[in-house]
Design a protein around this ligand. Structure first.
Ligand SMILES: Cc1cc2nc3c(=O)[nH]c(=O)nc-3n(C[C@H](O)[C@H](O)[C@H](O)COP(=O)(O)OP(=O)(O)OC[C@H]3O[C@@H](n4cnc5c(N)ncnc54)[C@H](O)[C@@H]3O)c2cc1C
Length: 381
């Protein structure tokens, strides 16, 4: 069968309004004032409430939200410039990351007036954090298998069930959860999204310690948790469409290829002005790949900002970006001798990232699922 391979990754111009150079300088000045906190590997899962608060006070959070809720009404591409600078510097942005990236735009679009008033100002200040309640035991890649239920009662909604792998649940104020609100419904029908305050009676949070010994994610249990009606986000039973739209936003940002970036800068610093030929070659290769990924990500951001739906492009950025950031520590390790006794920046970052990197292609949708989306988008399946 002949396959139509005419589709290509068209590059859109990345053209934020205003003085981008001045904006970058502003972020860099902010970062310089917080120097000791920078250089964190995989920095968008590392939370530092003090840093998030300072970032909010400087006007770098809620950038695309209306001023009426504490936002700054900037352009989405100006926001992109800011997060690119933060990630490249390895800033500890994990506390507010999910709230600023996806919960706030979702609440703005689908949330009740009560939810907007209650949550958006705190997100803009960098003081209110959220987590994503999608995965469950038995519902990871296959989210249509979600079984946590929301039962409608005279008092409000009653939530029962369990979520797993919930990043940052232990430091979040609210979870945005996908749950089954229609009894007896199956697959992707009958699901709704709810905002669940993490201090509500009936919630238990248990830590899951990762391979590196760190506590980023958790199991969360709901035992008949009572929620008011306004906690539902969007229309009853429309949770699937809303959650998948949110995933598209999550997949093409610079966080998909910059998780190991601080190791690349450490390699360049350690190599000095006259590196040996092999190191020079590796730096050249990494730079070329990074540059290409950056152009693809910038272009996808520009398409999103123009109101298009670049699902295939976003998935390509995620898959290629994850492959790059996942392989980077191994590619450095192949050329740099790093015994466990060595404790400079390069060795420390390499060890941390070698352990963290296997998860990069899992979070936000595993590689096989992403490649399935790309194949469908290209008409190959
Ligand atoms: C660091 C990290 C942070 C995370 N944070 C969150 C979070 O905050 N909130 C949240 O809800 N979840 C979170 N997750 C969960 C993550 O999104 C899921 O782990 C992921 O979607 C895979 O689900 P699973 O682990 O149940 O694997 P499974 O669904 O059991 O899949 C296991 C493997 O089987 C293969 N596979 C499965 N289905 C298919 C298919 N249809 N076609 C081809 N191959 C397939 C894939 O190789 C897949 O990797 C996080 C995960 C990680 C690693």
């Amino acid at each position: 069968m002949a396959v139509n391979m005419q589709q290509s990754f068209s590059i859109y111009p990345f053209d934020p309004p205003g003085d981008v150079a001045a904006l970058r300088a502003e972020v860099r000045a902010f970062l310089a004032a917080h120097e000791p906190k920078l250089g964190v590997p995989n920095c968008w899962v590392v939370g530092d409430p003090e840093f998030s608060s300072a970032l909010g006070a400087a006007g770098f959070l809620g950038m695309i939200l209306p001023k009426t809720v504490g936002g700054h009404e900037r352009h989405p591409l100006e926001r992109y410039v800011v997060i690119e600078e933060l990630l490249a510097a390895g800033a500890p942005v994990g506390a507010h990351w999910i709230a600023d990236r996806q919960t706030a735009p979702l609440i703005l679009r689908y949330g009740s007036e009560e939810a907007k008033t209650r949550y958006l100002p705190g997100i803009c200040k960098g003081q209110l954090y959220t987590c994503i309640g999608l995965s469950e035991p038995g519902a990871g890649s296959d989210l249509a298998a979600v079984r946590t239920t929301a039962r409608y009662t005279l008092d409000g909604w009653r939530i029962s069930g369990q979520k797993i792998w919930t990043s940052g649940a232990h430091m979040s104020h609210v979870m945005l959860a996908l749950v089954r609100s229609e009894e007896g419904s199956e697959r992707n029908a009958g699901l709704s999204q709810f905002l669940i305050p993490m201090d509500a009676p009936g919630i238990t949070i248990r830590p899951i310690i990762d391979m590196g010994g760190d506590h980023h994610f958790n199991e969360v249990f709901f035992d008949d948790v009572l929620l008011p009606e306004w906690a539902m986000v969007g229309a009853r039973g429309q949770g699937w469409a809303q959650a998948t739209a949110e995933l598209a936003l999550e997949r093409s940002g610079p966080e998909r290829y910059l998780s190991s970036h601080v190791l690349m800068t450490a390699l360049i610093d350690a190599a000095g002005p006259d590196p040996d030929l092999q190191i020079k070659g590796l730096i050249g290769e990494l730079t070329a790949e990074l540059w290409t990924l950056r152009q693809m990500s910038l272009s996808t951001a520009a398409k999103l900002a123009a109101g298009e739906d670049p699902m295939v492009e976003a998935s390509m950025v995620k898959d290629l970006g994850n492959s790059f950031e996942q392989a980077l520590p191994q590619r450095v390790q192949a050329l740099v001798d790093c015994p466990s006794t060595r404790d400079d920046d390069l060795a420390r970052l390499m060890r941390a990232l070698l352990i963290a990197a296997p998860s990069f292609s899992l979070r936000g949708g595993t590689r096989e699922i992403i490649r399935g989306i790309i194949a469908r988008g290209l008409g190959l399946r």
